[in-house]
Design a protein around this ligand. Structure first.
Ligand code: ADP
Length: 447
């Protein structure tokens, strides 16, 4: 169906072998999205709320002031550049902060403000008169835990009496230590060890339990069981919340195992990607040299915004990057050959505008959305690794924009023979949108 696709599709479906073992885990994709994203994704869709107790009145807030939170936290939020609650926050925050300590299961697309919501709720719940852990936040990986901790530190900037400790790989404590920090952020296995094996803190004193990225948790060996185990030791009075970017029956089963009597907030329908605001072009080239030349021509002309260039394999991507760098262009690379840190560093530099161009492989392109990118160049068109046919979903995911107010975009495809020309025709037919021809030597006509 044109226009419909699961843009949270983060699996690494068999592309790995085709691209020489680009194994990217769901957790890594999640991290890449976070590294690339500097802004909230604006959603127009309403959220659906399901609650067991219809007598419990639901209300939503349009401002942070209306939430009755300490002034220091409001200042922290404004310092982060937030002016009003996002769509999911409008509904979730009143529940998370209420005196009933409502349990929550919330699903909404990545980038919609879930992390900010549970960090705020966690900071709000801390009793600074007690020097002991009160909040547990579980993340699927070391890197994602660090990322969450960074957000917490930023938001708590004006409340320095709230303390945070990571419970992740590499952190060690002498036996019989008693942890004094209020908020523990870490991975399930390490949290179990510290709570149950070493007794570094009293799990019965935990008043808020957050399980983040539930969809990644259940996809990662062992984390589901560990999370459930840990939950069993929490006191009955503990407020529990679970967040997921995607929805499935499996995730909901897991969520209900963890969270008793929850209010459930769902955004089932994903925002539809659309090609409405995208000008699509193709450039015909005869060989690799011409292709490269046409690309560098584009660089000279298209000075606006930032560009993503997609290549078929990691070898072709890294060759292209080498060549571009040799010719004096400043470009970043995202491929499976890089470490997680290197990839995220490249995405961060791109996000901050230090590099205007990123070259990425098809595999990498699947899991990250390039909302802020104005130009997408399909140096190689996306194909299904098995059938070698054009992959409509990936094409749409790469170049499509979310929502009616998404900014204008530009997509340029390279055609180097009959096969790729055929694919352009198929794309036009499938999406019912023209893809215009562009002369390789004259790119001035780009709108
Ligand atoms: P999620 O956890 O759903 O992926 P985040 O909480 O990480 O989403 O938010 C995504 C981005 O939007 C972050 O850069 C965050 O700083 C920003 N953000 C979150 N809430 C707001 C808000 N109310 N107003 C503006 N920006 C926000």
């Amino acid at each position: 169906i044109p226009g419909k696709m699961d843009n949270l599709n983060i699996e690494n479906d068999g592309n790995a072998s085709q691209n020489g073992d680009e194994n990217v885990t769901p957790a890594e994709f999640s991290l890449m999205r976070k590294a690339l994203r500097s802004k909230l994704i604006h959603t127009t869709n309403q959220v659906d709320v399901f609650q067991n107790d219809p007598n419990n009145p639901l209300y939503s807030v349009k401002s942070f002031e209306a939430l009755n939170i300490p002034e220091e936290l409001i200042r922290g939020i404004y310092d982060m550049g937030f002016s009003k609650p996002s769509r999911i926050q409008e509904t979730a925050l009143p529940l998370l902060l209420d005196k009933h300590r409502t349990n929550l299961i919330a699903q909404s697309q990545s980038g919609t403000g879930k992390t900010a919501a549970f960090i705020l709720a966690s900071l709000y719940r801390v009793d600074v008169s007690q020097q002991e852990p009160q909040i547990i936040i579980l993340s699927p990986t070391y890197e994602l835990a660090l990322q969450t901790g960074e957000v917490a530190k930023q938001m708590a900037k004006y409340k320095p009496e709230i303390t945070i400790r990571y419970v992740i790989r590499g952190e060690t404590l002498p036996r019989n230590t008693k942890i004094a920090e209020h908020i523990l952020i870490g991975t399930p296995g390490k949290m179990i060890d510290w709570a149950l094996k070493y007794n570094f803190f009293n799990i019965k004193k935990i008043s808020v339990f957050v399980l983040d990225e539930a969809d990644v948790m259940i996809d990662t060996q062992g984390l589901r069981a560990q999370s459930i185990r840990l939950k069993q030791y929490l006191p009955k009075s503990c407020q529990m919340m679970l967040f997921s970017a995607t929805y499935s029956d499996e995730i909901m089963d897991f969520a209900r195992q963890i969270i008793p009597d929850p209010v459930v907030i769902l955004k089932l329908r994903l925002e539809e990607q659309s090609l409405d605001n995208i000008n699509q072009y193709y450039i015909v080239v005869r060989n690799e040299e011409e292709k490269y030349e046409a690309l560098t021509n584009l660089f000279g002309t298209v000075a606006i915004g930032q560009a993503f260039i997609f290549c078929e394999t990691k070898i072709s991507a890294s060759r292209l990057v080498q060549q571009l760098r040799k010719d004096g262009h400043s470009v970043g690379l995202i491929s499976g050959d890089l470490t997680v840190e290197q990839r995220n560093e490249a995405l961060r530099r791109f996000r901050d505008g230090q590099e205007r161009v990123i070259v990425a492989t098809n595999v990498m392109a699947r899991g990250i959305d390039v909302e802020q990118v104005t130009i997408v160049i399909n140096y190689d068109l996306p194909t299904n690794p098995e059938t070698r046919n054009i992959d409509f979903d990936t094409y749409l995911h790469r170049i499509g924009r979310t929502g009616r107010f998404g900014k204008e975009g530009l997509a340029i495809n390279f055609v180097d023979g009959d096969r790729t020309m055929q694919m352009i025709r198929q794309l036009e037919e499938h999406f019912k949108r023209p893809i215009k021809k562009l002369d390789a030597t004259d790119v001035d006509e780009i709108e």
